[in-house]
Design a protein around this ligand. Structure first.
Ligand code: SF4
Ligand code: SF4
Length: 436
């Protein structure tokens, strides 16, 4: 059965969340949706993957459609990626797959957005696509589905290395590759003092640790100079963000007016959440409820707010406080798309301008020279659910594709595999290292 192979071979959502794919393969739905939207600024690895590997993606999609009993497959792809689209069309054998053309907006790859664009259905508040008869998989996940069906476990990751590097590119690399090796593969950085955004400027994280490693969900590395506008924005402490927000928020509500979830009809109102900063003793719970349906897309903080405040981070905090207090917000109003939704879309070109990264927008062409690190560090938690448990000892030789971390029977999670041939150097409950 497909779901058993996906579980054994460690397939998880490669688009970011890392949700174990075998669970999705066990459902029965009307529509199987491939997510090729890719909307994080500067990252173009899915476009490269679709252009160069169309057949395994489409075959993986067909396998998922068969597993979930879906008679219609919707393939979400941006019109601007015409080379990838042509490549997919040339390889298309399954007449039940149709393309859903998307504009170049942020965040058109959000599941709620994509399900609505592809099917006209609105996921219930705090719900999942399954509740409206849909399963959504990122295109690289579908590639991995096809590999797993042929008994090839997930041992490598496709990603873009871009920004302030000499040769921006997209490439395959073993899971566990240190970032330092990937920057070398991209010809080194163009600046001496820099930080690295992992998986995106909008929803990714910022690191200065080049020994950190690639996981099954790493979408790309974006290098930016240490004095870049976004570095200042992303390195503020929570206390500072709150302090500035409390004194400078004028409640203009642009953050809410541009919020993609609000525009879809969900009760997310970051401007109200900002009020919680001024009501720290009482009333926080009233304002925080407006954060619960936020998807953390970052648009309010990095695009909408004219004062450069932090409504997204206030929502992150609000959600934590709600959970901590055992409170749950349940939307009473029916979900109805805002009449201004179509007019408030954020084009990627405008977003890049606002983020001050226009100079780094460039192609990231596929380079088939795979990275060959001397050491890989394979994390036991690369997915949603429980971490895997190491099943090899230090000093043992392992082969690429061998299971090195197993998920307990009955637990949600994913097995992890050796991504290279080599000798196990270190084993901890969190990771293991293999020397090639
Ligand atoms: S956009 Fe900025 S200033 Fe306006 S309400 Fe939101 S956080 Fe406050
Ligand atoms: S991060 Fe901001 S814009 Fe995005 S969903 Fe949350 S509140 Fe809305």
């Amino acid at each position: 059965m497909l779901s058993e192979k996906l579980r054994e071979h460690g397939v998880v959502g490669a688009g970011g969340a890392g949700f174990p794919t075998y669970v999705k393969a066990q459902s029965q739905v009307e529509f199987m949706i491939a997510n090729g939207a890719e909307c994080e600024p500067l990252i173009h690895k899915d476009a490269e993957l679709m252009k160069h590997f169309p057949s395994p993606i489409l075959d993986g999609m067909t396998r998922m459609m068969e597993a979930v009993g879906s008679k219609t497959g919707k393939f979400g792809i941006k019109t601007k990626n015409h080379e990838a689209l042509e490549s997919l069309k040339r390889s298309l054998k399954n007449a039940a797959i149709e393309f859903t053309m998307l504009g170049d907006f942020y965040p058109s790859g959000d599941e709620y957005e994509l399900v609505y664009t592809a099917t006209g259905r609105l996921i219930p508040p705090a719900g999942i696509p399954l509740q409206v008869g849909c399963v959504v998989n990122n295109v690289e996940t579908l590639y991995n589905v096809e590999q797993a069906a042929q008994d090839q476990p997930v041992t490598r990751k496709f990603l873009s290395v871009c920004g302030a590097v000499n040769q921006p590119k997209s490439l395959w690399t073993p899971v566990g590759t240190p970032f330092r090796d990937l920057l070398a593969m991209a010809g080194g950085t163009t600046v001496g003092d820099f930080g690295v955004f992992i998986s995106g400027l909008m929803m990714g994280t910022l690191t200065f640790d080049l020994e950190d490693v690639v996981t099954k969900t790493t979408g790309g590395l974006i290098v930016l100079p240490r004095d870049h506008y976004l570095m200042t924005r992303k390195t503020r402490s929570q206390a500072e963000m709150n302090h500035i927000g409390k004194s400078a928020c004028d409640q203009c509500s642009y953050c809410t007016e541009f919020c993609p979830r609000y525009l879809l009809g969900y009760e997310v109102m970051p401007h109200k959440v900002m009020r919680s900063l001024g009501f720290t003793v009482t009333g926080g719970d009233i304002w925080n409820q407006w954060s619960e349906l936020c998807c953390a897309c970052g648009l309010c903080t990095l695009y909408a707010c004219p004062e450069d405040l932090y409504p997204k981070e206030a929502c992150d905090d609000g959600k934590k406080s709600q959970r901590g207090a055992g409170l749950k917000f349940i939307q009473q109003k029916p979900v109805e798309v805002h009449p201004m939704k179509e007019y408030r879309r954020v084009p990627l070109a405008q977003l890049r301008r606002r983020l001050q990264v226009e100079e780094y927008e460039t192609a990231t062409p596929f380079d088939d020279a795979e990275c060959r690190p001397e050491v890989v560090r394979i994390k036991m938690r690369q997915h949603a659910g429980q971490p895997a448990v190491p099943v090899v000892e230090a000093g043992k030789k392992v082969k690429k594709g061998q299971v090195v971390g197993r998920i307990e029977e009955g637990k949600l999670g994913a097995n992890v595999h050796a991504s290279v041939d080599g000798k196990v150097r270190t084993v901890t409950p969190e990771y293991l290292e293999i020397v090639t």
